[in-house]
Write a protein that binds this ligand. Structure first.
Ligand code: HT7
Ligand code: ZN
Length: 889
């Protein structure tokens, strides 16, 4: 596939002002009639009118109502070029498409009898010929016509302006979207659905209709999504002064969907997993995800839809900013619910976000797919919906928020909308608005958009007892990434505190300042190296750096075990307290991993157990925070830090450490499960969720150590649970502990939920991610192979693929990376099979092996032939092709 370069952008010679679409819906032969009102673009060089298309059967094309003059139209497989005289022209194009056969889930496709669309990034061209790029913004009018029995509900963007019956049991509806939009925001839904409805007033007093559309039978699972939508509306009004601009806002749940959800104007389409929740089927984490995904898509209405991207290289303009907004929203919601514990609740959210960043984005930035948050080139844009564009992109926005302050940031947002509402713009436009609103030069800051790789910040401290000063030296370095060897110094905000010997924060006074001030302040590291001298100190302080994770960097700070234990107990910054515990656990686990790899005896340092136990016993700490602090670092992150990465040795270390912490501290874990006030009847509330999370963590440790009182407790909780969080938490503890009771519990769970696809996903994921198995037990690979044949499994449903194969390839390195290469051969078979039907999903699975060069020589030897086998597969998609080619480069 050709490589597209960011710097090649040029505006199109012709744009589209209006599009009238008519769909005669039919399972295998939907006829799409499109009337385009096109105009010459005065800002572009003259040229032909260009249209994109893919997998279309073109029935007719007329220009101004006439057949085209000979030679005026040049038709290619995916491109039509039309020579036009004059400055305006009307085209009518009729195409036929086959939604039933569309297994890619891009364009118009079928799911459980209904018709749905997914057009981001380039799906609209699979519906009709169109200049399918985000800088072409047109007014859409859409008429849907279909069989009333199959699709009684006909939805599209904007406002319903007409509907009625037609002969032969068919009916129609016409929708008009008052806002010009790019084609990627077009959507239609035609299906047998019902809606939960609510009417709300916006801040300015306009009444809006909110609807959550689901299959019949799921109406009792929509309340939380609706509540989340209303909370998101209010938050955007209060925080950014942004109001819903439509009379009607719809969310539709669909069972077959490649990603999480899609922000189509006024008609958001969601993976059902991010809509449906009731206590018996959804966990606290599901409830949390629903709230944040609903908010994310809603927030796109301004950051993405009203102001959109000029081209797909600018994707982080909408995604990084919108992730930042949803993270802030969730933190505010948690803090509000927590009342006096608000700061701790915010820290827990920040910890969650940083865990995701470290587990997914740091490895990406260290591998063959490393790219800046604004990539320079791509072959397949679908491969660039990445943790870097989304999560690191959100960190870049967060740094702006930190540097400019909340008010400065808000002023920048206001200016951004005042300049660019209704436009398709670039990341430079966004940063320029921030710069202008704050009178601050952000030229150097723009390097964050251009440079790939996770920067390292090395910190050195110097204590001068004679004059009571502490000198902090920070030095930055970004390792080379593919195609980008030279790195320039970035602007890195480093939030710093100094802790006194008694554990209390010290007021900070920099040399040259008149008096001490705040206990945390943000230093700006904007050169390769800089120094700061803190004065007026009476004893050597302990530095607490990068508080709240103020920048997406790896902090390199020499700290001995005692210092980490001290910060675990005392750091006033809850994020850093957690981070100190993670660093200490990482040290212990990597040492255990090395011992396991070399066949040495394993042992856990007593000092670590003591520091860990102090956190475990500190019941003044919020349970949600304790659950985070007592959970060991993620395997993906640890493998990234292990040289060479040895998943089997690391797994041995993790199993050993988990069992030891369970065994030695068994009495504490048991006391904790008894001491925590059990929430009464289930309600989704952060405080209750924190207690449930901590109890489930205790069960994990007790089952890992096979403490009889603990395993009995897990079994009883599994049997008598009143909600999915407790039931699944107990089941996971039994399965990960490889306890004899696990098989019976898995079977009982299956019986209970065999008709509930979303719950079955949990059942598949748990078995594919099973942590431990004892000698003689079925290897997870064999179990996953067998589960492919389960009646509840389907390779054509992305949720199932992510649950079973994704959990195995990506979340279970200890079982997937087998020295005999059998895991890799299975991976190659599955990627090739998936690619034939759904390249986007196949490419996601393919990425599981991209960092293979970091593995032990034995594993590397086993991976290479399988990567080569996939690369050579006949008819390989550009999606998977790009991933494996980069991995093999
Ligand atoms: N903006 C949406 C992206 C998306 C997507 C992209 C490619 C293929 C399928 C997709 N479904 C949704 C999601 C979001 O970030 O809000
Ligand atoms: Zn998004």
């Amino acid at each position: 596939a050709p490589t597209i370069q960011r710097t090649d952008y040029a505006p199109l010679a012709w744009t589209v002002r209006r599009i009238d679409l008519h769909f005669a819906l039919d399972p295998q032969a939907t006829v799409v009639t499109s009337r385009l009102a096109c105009a010459r673009n005065p800002e572009a060089a003259p040229g032909p009118l260009l249209l994109d298309g893919e997998a279309l059967e073109t029935l007719s094309l007329t220009i101004g109502g006439l057949d085209p003059a000979p030679g005026a139209v040049r038709r290619g497989e995916t491109r039509i070029e039309i020579d036009v005289e004059g400055d305006e022209v009307e085209l009518e194009i009729v195409t036929r498409i086959n939604p039933q056969a569309n297994t890619t889930l891009s364009g118009l496709y079928r799911s459980r009898g209904g018709y749905f669309t997914q057009c981001e990034a380039e799906g609209f061209r699979r519906i009709t010929w169109f200049p399918d790029r985000p800088d072409v913004m047109a007014r859409f009018s859409v008429t849907l016509e279909g069989d009333k029995a199959v699709c009684p509900v006909l939805l599209s963007n904007g406002n319903l302006v007409e509907e009625g019956d037609l002969p032969d049991g068919r009916h129609y509806a016409r929708w008009e979207d008052p806002f010009p939009k790019p084609s990627y925001l077009f959507a239609l839904v035609a299906a047998d659905l019902v809606a939960l409805e609510r009417r709300e007033l916006t801040a300015s007093g306009r009444e809006v209709l909110l609807q959550v559309w689901v299959e019949r039978g799921n109406l009792d699972r929509c309340e939380h999504a609706m509540e989340s939508l209303v909370h998101a509306m209010r938050w955007d009004e209060e925080t950014f002064g942004l109001e819903l601009d439509l009379d009607r806002f719809m969310i539709v749940a669909v069972s077959d969907f490649n990603m999480g959800a899609m922000e189509n104007k006024g008609l958001n389409i969601f993976n059902a997993k991010y809509v449906l929740a009731k206590p018996d089927t959804a966990t606290d984490v599901d409830y949390e995800h629903i709230e944040s995904v609903v908010a994310h898509e809603y927030f796109h209405n301004w950051t993405g839809n009203r102001v959109t991207c000029r081209d797909w290289f600018q994707l982080t303009l909408k995604e990084g900013l919108t992730v930042f907004r949803d993270q802030q929203f969730s933190a505010d919601m948690l803090a509000r619910a927590a009342g006096a514990e608000g700061d701790s609740a915010r820290a827990v959210k920040r910890i969650d976000d940083v865990r995701v960043l470290r587990a997914a984005q740091f490895p990406e930035d260290a591998g063959p797919m490393a790219h800046p948050i604004r990539p320079e080139r791509y072959q397949e844009i679908n491969n660039f919906y990445t943790a870097t564009v989304y999560e690191k992109g959100a960190e870049v926005i967060r740094m702006l928020h930190t540097l400019l302050g909340p008010e400065g940031f808000r002023n920048g947002m206001d200016l951004y909308f005042s300049y660019h509402d209704g436009q398709a713009v670039t990341c430079d436009d966004f940063v320029e608005a921030m710069s202008e609103a704050n009178g601050r030069d952000l030229d150097q800051f723009m390097r964050w958009y251009a440079q790939a790789g996770t920067p390292r910040v090395a910190a050195r401290g110097g204590w001068d007892a004679a004059d009571g000063s502490y000198t902090l030296t920070l030095t930055q370095h970004t390792p080379p990434t593919p195609g980008q060897t030279e790195k320039l110094p970035l602007v890195i905000p480093v939030a710093v505190g100094l802790i006194g010997p008694d554990g209390a924060d010290l007021p900070l006074q920099l040399e040259g300042e008149a008096a001490p001030g705040a206990t945390t302040r943000v230093l700006e590291l904007n050169a390769e190296s800089r120094q700061w001298r803190f004065v007026g100190l009476s004893a050597e302080p302990v530095p607490s750096l990068l508080r709240g994770f103020s920048a997406p960097v790896i902090l390199e700070l020499e700290e001995d075990d005692a210092r980490l234990a001290f910060r675990m107990a005392n750091d006033s910054d809850a994020f850093n307290r957690w981070d100190a515990a993670q660093r200490y656990a990482e040290r212990v686990l990597l040492e255990l991993g090395a011992a396991a790899a070399e066949g040495r005896a394993l042992g856990v340092p007593v000092a670590f157990v003591e520091a860990f136990a102090r956190l475990l016993r500190d019941d003044r700490l919020d349970p949600a925070f304790r659950a985070q602090a007592l959970a060991l670092p993620g395997e993906g992150y640890l493998l990234e830090r292990m040289q060479p990465a040895d998943p089997a040795a690391l797994r041995t270390a993790q199993i050993y450490l988990g069992a030891e912490l369970g065994r030695v501290l068994a009495a504490d874990w048991l006391a904790l499960t008894e001491g925590l006030v059990e929430p009464g009847e289930y309600r989704y509330h952060p405080a209750d969720a924190g207690r449930r999370a901590l109890i489930n963590l205790a069960l994990r440790y007790l089952c890992a150590a096979r403490v009889p009182a603990g395993t009995g407790l897990a079994r009883r909780r599994f049997e008598s649970a009143s909600n999915m969080t407790d039931r699944f938490g107990a089941l996971a503890a039994l399965v990960h502990g490889a306890l004899p009771e696990a098989e019976g519990a898995l079977a009982a769970f299956y019986e209970r939920y065999r008709d509930d696809a979303l719950v079955l996903d949990k059942w598949f994921a748990l078995q594919a991610g099973a942590w431990r198995r004892d000698a003689g037990a079925t290897p997870v690979l064999e179990r996953v192979r067998a589960l492919l044949g389960d009646p509840g499994f389907s390779l054509s449903n992305p949720n199932k693929v992510y649950a079973l194969l994704g959990s195995f390839f990506r979340a279970n390195p200890g079982e997937f990376h087998l020295a005999d290469g059998s895991g890799y051969a299975f991976w190659a078979d599955q990627v090739i099979a998936l690619d034939a039907a759904n390249p986007q999903v196949a490419a996601r699975m393919a990425r599981a092996l991209e960092n293979w060069r970091r593995f032990t020589p034995v594993l590397r030897e086993a991976v290479r032939p399988q990567l080569e086998r996939v690369r050579a597969a006949e008819g390989l998609s550009p999606d998977v092709g790009e991933i494996v080619a980069k991995a093999l480069e």
